[in-house]
Design a protein around this ligand. Sequence first.
Ligand code: G4P
Length: 529
Amino acid sequence: MSSHLSETKRRRSFAIVSHPDAGKTTLTEKLLLFGGAIQMAGSVKSRKAARHATSDWMALEKERGISVTSSVMQFPYNGAIVNLLDTPGHADFSEDTYRVLTAVDSALMVIDCAKGVEERTIKLMEVCRLRDTPIMTFINKLDREGRSPIELLDEVESVLGIACAPVTWPIGMGSRLKGVYHLLLDEVHIFEPGKNFTRQDSTIFKGGLDNPELIARIGEAALQEARDELELVLGASNPFDADAYLAGKQTPVFFGSAVNNFGVELLLEFFVEHAPSPRSRDTLTREVLPEEEKLSGFVFKIQANMDPAHRDRVAFMRICSGTYTAGMKMQQTRTGKEVRIANALTFMASDREIVERAYPGDVIGLHNHGTITIGDTFTEGEGLSFTGIPNFAPELFRRARLRDPMKMKALHKGLAQLSEEGATQFFRPLMSNDLILGAVGVLQFDVVAYRLKDEYNVDASFEQVGVATARWVHCSDEKKLEEFKEKNAANLAIDAAGELVYLAPTRVNLQLAVERWPQVRFSATREHA
Ligand code: G4P
């Protein structure tokens, strides 16, 4: 096998989907420990410590260096190269969080066993659905009292509409937690708090739940409970089916406790074995296969002036085919411009590093000064444009207020440029001179206000506005569209890309509009042009 092919096959690029506090940061840290990236685990921690102070954008800015490093974390495990793409979650939640999910080949859903399926998880899963992304599930915090495992699986199935195939099963929970049973390996891993659970230093009983030594160790009562539960569950669910998993129809489920490092290695072993290597990707003209020799990739995230001294921006590009080598020439499809990339960043080890080679599934960071935008495709010359890297409808809206009316032009420019980075969007209503900013995370308004002042010298604030949600509107019948525009002008706006958007004052209003105008398509996402 050529090195390009074998390197591609061993890539596993994924992201974690979870509600804040379910344990994403803790689990990330443990996964990195298994991957030997111990220093990285340290920076994940410091990033987390920073999150408590993030109501203040200055504090966030100080942490930006760290957040870049941990935007993509690469580590080797069992012969695979794992790329974990961070999904900003707490105060730093933004549209980027959604878009990261368009750049991975699979996802890991983390659920708190006491809380079950929570709101943020539901939203992120909707995004995974757009591409039928394969999902594995880790049910966390088993060392605490939670809901019954059967009830949790039922909830995943009914709320998220995906079949569950348990791979491990808990024996007890909370203070009664004894271990987990691995259904496919037919072995029990004993829970021993305080130990670092690698295979070597955990106690494992082979031969199922009836092994007399196991019974002697943890008692018959706990095992009987697990046997009863399993009988019920296995009667009602399907066993793990690799094809159903890869089609996004079934999720293998693991139980454990991230903070105790318990059940994590079982998850990682299974993940590396079954999670997909880079998959083919659609462009406007054809499907691109990862094994193709020529380089191609798309930009899914832009992070601005990470280093305040340099004011640079880094564009995160996911490689879809070919091999990146330092110093190679690439063409940006949108502009037709050729660029030589000598100093792309990679995210192995504890610091940003200059990468020599990168393969499909990897992410590289391209320095840029505002010439790269989200959704941009880079190739070795072929005019490809990847699809499936959309804008997502914002859920929060604010009207910009300017202190000095003379700065209107600068405000326009600032909002337009900041929205190009993709964390916020900017709308101009047809019927007024308002400037409306949309975001999915509330901190983004503070970030924009701060950056307008800092980078554009514009003093602006953001106030409440009566918009509940937005939809991009399309209609193939021009006459109908004109009629629609006339009747709904008060609720229509133009986004930064010049597309028509319906700004609904309430959800009910949107529903009525959708019913009243069946010829008009209301879309919650917009593809980049
Ligand atoms: P997030 O990134 O998904 O937001 O979650 P994070 O890992 O920060 O975990 C949220 C809280 O849950 C943390 O507690 C963390 O220690 C705890 N936690 C994570 N995994 C487990 C687990 O398996 N069992 C138990 N009992 N707790 C777990 P915290 O009090 O917010 O922070 P800290 O002071 O413990 O660091």
